[in-house]
Each structure stands twice: as C-alpha cells, then as structure tokens.
Design a protein. Structure first.
Length: 338
C-alpha cells in the first residue's frame, strides 16, 4: 500500500480552532450551541439573535465541514478540535481570526499559496504560538517545500508535545524526502501517555517497510517492526489490527527471503556478528531471529502468513471478506503431504 497523501481540506479542519472572542456580542449564544452536524449548526446560526463576526466565522467553518461531507475530523488529524487562544486580536476585534479563517478556506479550496500568505500573516503577529507554525508546515508540505515544512513541524513538536499532528507531519515530509530513519524517529517520539501513541507506532512499523525493495538490507527493520507489533499487542492493540500489521511484516520478510536478500548479517549483538553490526557475512538459520513466532525462512513465513490470514478471516464481519481472506491463507500455505 502507498502512503496516503495529505488531505488539504481535512488538514485545514484539523488545525486548532481559535477561541471565541469573549467581547463578541454573540459569544454567549455561541457557547450555548450543541449542534451535532454542520447542517444543524448552520440552521442554529441562522436563528442567532443578531449577526456578529464570530457568528459569521462559525458559519464559515460549518460550511467548510459541510462541503467536505464529514462532520468529524479525520483519524490522521489528531489535534482536531483543540482550542487556540493567543490572548486577543492584534489589530481590532476579530482581525486575526478573519485572516486565520481566510487561510482555512484557501487550504480547503486548493489555494496553497493563499493559505501560506494568510498563515504567515498570523505567524508575524504571534511568532511564539505553535498553531500558525503548524499551519505553515501544512502549507509548505502541500507546496512541496519539504525542508521548510520539516522545520515548522520540528519547531512545533519540540515546543509542545500536545500537537501530535506535528510529529505525524514531520514523519511524512521526512519520508517524502527519503529520510526513512528520521520519519521512524519522529513517530517513535510520540510518548506512551499520548492517546495517539498506538497510531504513531503503527505508522512507524509501516514507515520502516512500505515502498522498500526486497533486495534492500531489511533484516534490522524487519526485526524492529516485528518487536513493535508484539509490543503493541501487549499494549492492548486489538486482534484485527495486530494481524493486519503482522501480515505486512511477514509479507515483507517473505519477499526479502525469496529475493535472496541474505546479505544483512545478524543484528548487532547476536552470535556470529563479531560486534560489527552485521558485517560478518550471511546469518545462518540458527542465528536469524524469528519474526512474530515464525522462523525467518520461506516455510516458516508462509505458515505465519497463513495463520494471520485465517485469524483475520475468523474476525471478518462480511462473508465475502471472510472468503477472500481464507483464499489468501490457502495461497500462502506451503505445500505439505497432509
């Protein structure tokens, strides 16, 4: 599977939401709204006692959400809904909020340059705030300015570990720039206390292995990915996602074995590597680690894949999906006499 490209409209709606100006005449009315969907919110706003800048901004955001066809933030936008308070507008009531929302509209409608200009203006007014830096990181990423995007994301993540989307963004641009090690490091820096820890570790496993040639030296990444999948299982990852990850790891390992990719040597510290980190020649079957309980050879990996696909089949909700998974299990099963 290919990494999913950044969804500009989803990213716009996932950015921190400015707090309502408490001096706005309709601030109290807005605080009382509890609409479940953008359409319901727009209807409620049309019934506001009077118009105000904050009512118009709330309506604009609801229109963006309605136009996207989703009331909820995307699962890859972990900071959605966070409130942003910079201590008041710089040039009159609502001024910076208007510029911020202009940037959101530009992002959602594909005007990447316009978004960058709007967010840069807010950044100039509040250079110490993480939210404008995060928005500029998204704009730079969409413009293909990977170095700038990485720096904005890095600054946000280094300043405030609450902005987990900065770590995901940093990983995306590092991966796009060919820095796979840096991408994995960014994802694995998400702390265990974060509610996005599991998502970050799953992404780290995939960052290690996706779009890799089986002829690359993959042993170290295969081993680390397998260990991470096991750790996630111990951390409480559900069976379905665990087995899906397991099939990615075992499938990459099988491709590696079938390609003849045996020049890695065992990971540093294993018997026979001479302490050189894997330069002492091909590992023997005895020296190679097992991956998720499967021996690191064709037969063992095929049995491991068969086992994972059969478990996924048992967990499947739909009959056609169950049949497809059983067929996959049968295709991977090695030939035996029984």
């Amino acid at each position: 599977p290919q990494p999913r490209p950044l969804d500009a409209a989803g990213a716009a709606l996932a950015l921190p939401v400015p707090r309502v100006d408490p001096d706005d005449p309709q601030a109290g009315f807005l605080a009382s709204l509890h609409a479940a969907t953008p359409a319901e919110l727009l209807a409620a706003l049309r019934a506001a006692p009077a118009d105000s800048p904050e009512v118009r901004l709330r309506a604009l955001r609801a229109q963006l959400e309605l136009g996207r066809g989703a009331a909820d933030p995307q699962p890859d936008a972990p900071d959605a809904g966070e409130r942003w308070d910079v201590g008041g507008p710089p040039d009159g009531a609502g001024d910076w909020r208007t510029v911020w929302h202009r940037g959101l509209v530009a992002l959602a409608t594909g005007d990447r340059e316009g978004a960058a200009l709007a967010f840069d203006a807010v950044y100039d007014a509040f250079p110490g705030e993480p939210a404008p830096k995060l928005a500029l990181g998204i704009s730079a990423e969409l413009l293909g300015q990977l170095d700038n995007a990485a720096e904005y994301y890095r600054l946000v993540w280094a300043t405030d570990r609450g902005y987990v989307s900065a770590a995901f963004g940093l990983a995306r641009v590092r991966l796009a720039a060919g820095d796979r090690t840096g991408a994995v490091a960014a994802l694995e820096s998400v702390p265990e206390a974060s509610i996005h820890y599991t998502a970050a570790r799953i992404a780290a496993v995939r960052a290690r292995l996706r779009q890799r040639s089986p002829r690359e030296p993959l042993l170290a990444d295969l081993t680390a990915a397998a260990q991470q999948v096991q750790a996630l299982a111990d951390f409480g990852l559900d069976d379905r996602r665990r087995e899906l990850l397991a099939t990615e790891v075992l499938g990459s390992a099988l491709d590696w074995v079938l390609s003849g990719g045996h020049g890695d040597g065992p990971p540093a510290g294993t018997p026979g590597d001479g302490g050189s980190g894997g330069t002492a020649g091909p590992p023997t079957a005895h020296q190679r680690p097992a991956l998720l309980g499967s021996p690191l050879d064709e037969r063992g990996l095929r049995f491991g894949l068969e086992r994972s696909y059969r478990l996924l089949a048992r967990l499947a909700q739909r009959g056609e999906e169950r049949i497809e998974l059983v067929e996959r299990a049968n295709r991977f099963r090695p030939r035996t006499w029984v």
